[in-house]
Design a protein around this ligand. Structure first.
Ligand code: PLP
Length: 397
């Protein structure tokens, strides 16, 4: 095989999926895999969802792109639907999660600027966070591994341990503009942030005139069993980023905000060529209708309860492989005692796709449309993989 002509920034598995159907993926060689990764929480409505395929192909025959110099009807309808079903008054559509994060940071800083506080531009972020790979987003993420060698660190991000009130009180100062946090840290290891801590952040922001930015790129659009994960804590943010599930596989992200929080974002302060294009809007509107359909979130919660119950039993029966179950809704982590990457490879050999996360976690992010029968199959494959690894371990001793 000749050397790849791609940047070697990914350690890619030697497998090419060529077709998907619901909760299953099919590789080049015809082998079928149960997909408990959903393209990292993206294919929330399953692969090749007929409703989304129809929305995309219908739009593809009409109009692909016009630019944001003109009214895009799909943006008007999708933003209204999002506003009606959330804390937000207004939305801006992007192509990715990182782009949404960039705009959230800009929106918070502009809010303080037009409120007479140009000195407030620092954003407090948390250890174990992940906010994306563009320059602002990766500085917000703060992970040294992702920052090394890319020039000076960007000014204005204060990185503190999560759920640490003392560190928080020390970090908040006259320079602080906003606090940015994922309600459930995804890439960092599937850590559901304590609801009390989220409520504390809301209170602190109100007291100090700061904005609360929630990164719901991974947790949003039903992933945790509510449309947005912050609903579990009974709070609302001022600004929220969404991506991944919102496009069901088509590149789409959004920043949602209250009209007050977005008051600095006047004409000319931000833009995008592709964001909110007619193709993305056709799919986004259809996807949100699916998520808002009666019974959809009930299904997610039912599936999640079943999954958590079964995983508890799985962990108990494989104490040499797993330590614990964590997460919320259909965003689940298995803290592993074997290397998570070894487990994931062994699972793939058994026809099961699962994902890694930080802190040596095996991450499960199934399509939200997954059936209980398919979850049962997934548990059996996890069980088989754990047994395979126990046997390997015993043989090596
Ligand atoms: C994936 C992710 C991002 C980055 O999204 P991209 O579309 O990859 O840029 C940001 N925040 C969170 C919480 C994510 O999970």
């Amino acid at each position: 095989m000749s050397a790849s002509a791609l940047f070697p920034t990914y350690n890619r598995a030697d497998i090419a999926f060529v077709r998907g159907e619901g909760s299953y993926l099919f590789a080049e060689d015809g082998k079928r895999y149960l997909d408990l990764g959903a393209g990292i929480a993206v294919n929330a409505f399953g692969h090749a969802n007929p409703t989304l395929v129809a929305a995309l192909t219908e739009q593809a025959g009409k109009l692909w792109h016009v630019s944001n110099l003109y009214t895009v009807p799909g943006q008007e309808s999708l933003s209204k639907k999002l506003a009606e079903n959330s804390f937000a008054d207004v939305a801006f559509f992007t192509n990715s999660g990182a782009e949404a994060i960039e705009l959230a940071i800009k929106t918070a800083r502009r809010y303080q600027f037009v409120s007479g506080h140009p000195e407030r531009f620092h954003i407090i972020t948390f250890e174990g966070a992940f906010h994306g790979r563009t320059y602002g987003a990766v500085n917000a993420t703060g992970n040294e591994k992702y920052l090394e060698g890319f020039g000076p660190k960007m000014e204005g991000f204060d990185h503190i341990p999560v759920e640490d009130i003392d560190a928080l009180n020390k970090a908040v100062g006259p320079q602080t503009a906003a606090i940015l946090i994922e309600p459930v840290q995804g890439e960092g290891g599937v850590h559901a942030v304590a609801p009390d801590f989220l409520r504390h952040l809301r209170k602190l922001c109100d007291e100090k005139g700061l904005l609360l930015i929630l990164d719901e790129v991974q947790t949003g659009i039903g992933r945790t069993g509510k449309l947005f994960a912050h609903e579990w804590a009974g709070i609302t943010p001022d600004i929220m980023t969404v991506a991944k599930g919102i496009g069901g596989g088509f590149p789409l992200g959004a920043v949602l905000a209250t009209r007050e929080a977005a008051k600095g974002m006047t004409a000319g302060t931000h833009g995008t060529t592709y964001g909110g294009n007619p193709l993305a809007m056709a799919v986004g509107n259809a996807a949100l209708d699916l998520a808002l359909a009666p019974g959809f979130l009930d299904h997610v919660n039912k599936a999640a309860n079943y999954l958590h119950q079964q995983l508890g039993a799985l962990v108990a029966s494989h104490p040499g492989v797993f330590e614990s179950v964590r997460g919320q809704g259909l965003m689940v982590g298995l803290k592993a005692k074997v290397a998570n990457t070894d487990f994931i490879k062994a699972a793939r050999a058994n026809g099961l796709v699962v994902l890694p996360a930080g802190d040596n976690v095996v991450r499960l992010l199934p399509p939200l449309t997954i059936t209980l029968e398919e979850l049962r199959e997934g548990i059996a494959l996890l069980d088989k993989t754990a047994s395979d690894m126990e046997m390997q371990k015993a043989a090596a001793q």
